[in-house]
Design a protein around this ligand. Sequence first.
Ligand SMILES: Cc1ncc(CO)c(N)n1
Length: 218
Amino acid sequence: MDIFERFKTAARADWDSYVDHAFVRQMADGTLPQPAFREYLVQDYLFLIQFARANALAIYKSRTLADMRKAQSAVSAILDVEMDLHVRLCARWGISAQELEATPEHAATVAYTRFVLDRGAAGDLLELNVALSPCVIGYAEIGRTLLPKISPDHPYAEWIGEYGGDAYQEIAANARAYLDDLARRFMPANRFDELASLFAAASRLEADFWQMGLDAKD
Ligand SMILES: Cc1ncc(CO)c(N)n1
């Protein structure tokens, strides 16, 4: 069992509240109200900006060039790939770049991203990567679960195709293998419980992020 599987097992209820959230279920069956998805898309743009900062912090936290390059490729995956896909997806949902930039962060966006940045700032490279791991690996798990269940004309096919597709699956598989490598290097057995509760907290904040979308009114 790799370290990610061990964290997931230790944090099972919190993990499930995230990957099996009502937002995800409604997205899967196509019943998710469009305002919920729209709110999510706008906030996820703001999330990705902070997520890029957190990965940049991992460069700073690194002590070897190999670790710096790992973090650099995560920053590049966000800035050069995921962000462009995201802005294009927003455009197709009628959300302009101006609107993305003018919208303030929701409290759930602030809570999640600043939590990761704070734990990362106070902790070491492993702690930061544990805090980040539910994001990348969780979205890949959701995408992989949903992709086989949908047809091309599904209202959320594009989002599901992006996260369930091979390119993102490979990014997540690499992040998962890297987390295992970091745990082998930096995690004595007595650190497991503390890191598992960090993993659980990050998973709950991901669930709150979905809930923010569901709670959108307009
Ligand atoms: C909230 C959130 N978590 C994870 C990802 C995956 O990068 C994302 N785009 N947004």
